[in-house]
Design a protein around this ligand. Sequence first.
Ligand code: CO
Length: 138
Amino acid sequence: MIGPLNHVGVAVPDIDKAIAFYRDVLGATDITEPKDLPPQGVTYAFVNLPSGQVELIQPYGEKSPIIKFLERNPKGGQHHICFEVDDIREASIKMAERGMRVLNEPRIGAHGTLVVFLHPGDAGGVLIELMESHKEDH
Ligand code: CO
């Protein structure tokens, strides 16, 4: 049911430093400007690569869901992986039927399409984001 691997989410304490690392040390040439996404409590930037993206996320606001993660991983770390699906509502229902804890109602993610997260305790310790693919007709 899952489609392409869209991105790997990396939580960082300082997004400007993280961007400088990906640009100056790893040599990435296509990195987006940081943008705030208040409903999700993150500031994000994408490192665009031919095969997909790295999504850098820094906490935004005091209720950011990644604050605890950064308390446990002060230098930052790999936070989630994101797969595309055709239909997020159908995917959510299927995942719940298969015993997965779906952590939220579909909401708009950093790519402007609907996303849900699946509990890492049901997924081999990996926080999984499902993201509805961009549709041609939108
Ligand atoms: Co993501």
